[in-house]
Ligand binder design. Structure first.
Ligand SMILES: [Zn+2]
Ligand SMILES: [Zn+2]
Length: 416
């Protein structure tokens, strides 16, 4: 037997219904908020991510699936969606083609990470992006969409955390203050933090090493170093969230692991696998579109981990399926007529099933139970020669004779 590639997983019946439910709710919400779907390829040029995601990130340095294709081109399986969405936005001039550049996408992403429970090398994300709109109301709408997704899915114990990491004008002062505050403690931090201090000091806040935490807890907060326009923007975002009665908390450590974030960052945390994990996260990235060769347009968005949403979904959600009718054939004549009825029921929009290999009546009824059919139509014998069928209500255990011509109507009534 050839097994699935390490770090990948099949989504099988029993689980796939929960996935479809999450996807359905996400699509319907995006639609209601005026976001349109864009589907980008899973492969892109490697430079899109080295430039877009950032040369110094763990993703680009350690986790990308990259290869040289037969034409000699460097190709990468996308590790995140944002750079692809930016590319599509620029390549197709979507700001002119669409009434508003409010986009979403759903699909698989690929990162070469050490597989562990709930973490895969092929994983799936819902990605939401807005280009070219700067008002704090846009940040608030994106956060509202994210929060409404969690609420609509019925995920309990969720918590929204926000922060502002400033802009190109005010961040250098914060970085300087950060390094100054670290001072003599810097050599005590882990090797990753030593490297971060050189490349992108803000990322020291991402460190999970327990010994580093007391030092990191003493570091300054980005919100205390915002320039006037960043401070006004952040106050605006919070005011809009309050207007919509969305509960938020500032988390000073929320600087996010990617290079392109500016101003607003946010995450929704939830309980999965017995610990608090980010179900989704995002923020503003005002310089990214330009840095990828596009016009100078702002951007904001978030990515939600589908595996985590499915895991956090309450038991029983999304597992209801349409009621089924089972068609039972008695004898050869009955079988021909039953096949006809099966198709009639399906064309009428009902979920209709039948044993396609000829079996005894007893084993057909067993199968009807196995698929949890709510009704069975028994076709054949003397009844059929009189132009009638037997309709069995499987829950009530009652049988009635119905006219053959009336089958769709009578079955629909029982399935209701
Ligand atoms: Zn600023
Ligand atoms: Zn560290």
């Amino acid at each position: 037997m050839i097994a699935a590639v390490r770090g990948t997983h099949d989504i099988l019946p029993g689980q796939v219904e929960r996935w479809q439910y999450v996807e359905r709710i996400a699509r319907s919400l995006c639609d209601r908020y005026g976001y349109v779907e864009v589907r980008t390829p899973v492969i892109e040029r490697e430079e899109l991510f080295s430039k877009g995601t950032g040369e110094t990130t763990d993703i680009v340095q350690k986790e990308m699936y990259s290869f040289t294709d037969k034409g000699g081109e460097r190709i990468t399986l996308r590790p995140e969606a944002t750079p692809s969405m930016v590319r599509a936005f620029v390549e197709h001039s979507l700001e002119h083609a669409l009434p508003a550049a409010k986009l979403y996408s759903m699909g698989p992403m690929f990162r070469y990470e050490r597989p562990q429970k709930g973490r895969y090398r092929q994983f799936h994300q819902l990605d939401v992006e807005v280009f070219g709109l700067q008002d704090p109301a846009v940040d608030a709408e994106v956060i509202d969409l994210a929060w409404s997704l969690i609420e609509s899915l019925g995920i309990p114990q969720a918590e929204l955390v926000i922060n502002s990491v400033g802009c190109a004008n005010c961040r250098p002062q914060f970085q300087e203050a950060l390094l100054k505050a670290l001072g003599d403690d810097l050599p005590k931090l882990c090797a990753d933090c030593q490297r971060r201090a050189q490349t992108n000091p803000l990322r020291i806040y991402d460190c999970k090493v327990p010994a580093d935490q007391p030092i990191i807890d003493r570091l300054p907060h980005s919100v205390d170093y915002l320039c006037e326009s960043c401070a006004t923007h952040f106050a605006g975002v919070k005011a809009h969230l309050d207007t919509w009665e969305i509960p938020w908390k500032v988390s000073h450590r929320l600087v996010r692991g990617l290079d392109y974030y500016t101003r607003t960052t946010f995450e929704v945390l939830g309980q999965t696998l017995g610990a608090q994990n980010a179900l989704l996260g995002g923020g503003r990235y005002d310089g990214l579109v330009k840095s990828l060769g596009g016009p100078d347009r702002t951007g904001i968005g978030f990515a939600a981990g589908m595996e985590r949403l499915v895991l956090a979904l309450p038991e029983g959600r999304g597992e209801e399926s349409a009621p089924k009718v089972f068609v039972v054939a008695v004898g050869d004549d009955g079988r021909q007529e039953a096949l006809k009825i099966l198709r009639e029921l399906r064309r009428a929009g009902l979920s209709a099933h039948m044993e396609l290999e000829a079996r005894s009546m007893k084993s057909q009824m067993k199968r009807a139970d196995r698929v949890s059919a709510r009704a069975a139509v028994i076709v054949g014998g003397d009844e059929l020669s009189r132009g009638e069928l037997t309709l069995r209500d499987m829950r009530a255990g009652e049988q009635t004779a119905i006219p053959r011509a009336n089958v769709v109507h009578a079955v629909s009534a029982v399935l209701k």
